[in-house]
Design a protein. Structure first.
Length: 118
């Protein structure tokens, strides 16, 4: 298990950018697969994308492809979600999660709110 703390959320106008950070504690971060998820108001949580321990990332959500990128810095125990050209429909609480055993995302952060105004 790792402890995760997200930051970087806030209020931004449509077309703007934000970079979310997720700092992990624990020695297993460098080998963990990390994921970014989001939950919009009234909707279920959805996967935004994942990144493996080598830094190979995949953005899963079609509506954010080309606008969001995921990266990590294992020397800082941090994973990032760069969000560009934000749209009001990107408004959500964003969570990072860690899969340290290969069996699923078992460790979750508390989430950070992103609000995009039109």
């Amino acid at each position: 298990q790792v402890q995760l703390v997200e930051s970087g959320g806030g209020l931004v106008q449509a077309g703007g950018s934000l970079r979310l950070s997720c700092v992990a504690s624990g020695r297993t971060f460098s080998s963990a697969r990390m994921g970014w998820f989001r939950r919009a108001p009234g909707k279920e949580r959805e996967l935004v994308g994942v990144i493996n321990w080598r830094g190979i990332s995949t953005v899963s959500k079609d509506s954010v492809k080309g606008r969001f990128t995921i990266s990590r810095d294992n020397t800082k125990n941090t994973v990032y979600l760069q969000m560009n050209n934000l749209k009001p429909e990107d408004t959500a609480v964003y969570y990072c999660a860690a899969d340290t055993t290969g069996t699923g995302f078992a460790s979750w952060g508390q989430g950070t709110q992103v609000t995009v105004s039109s």
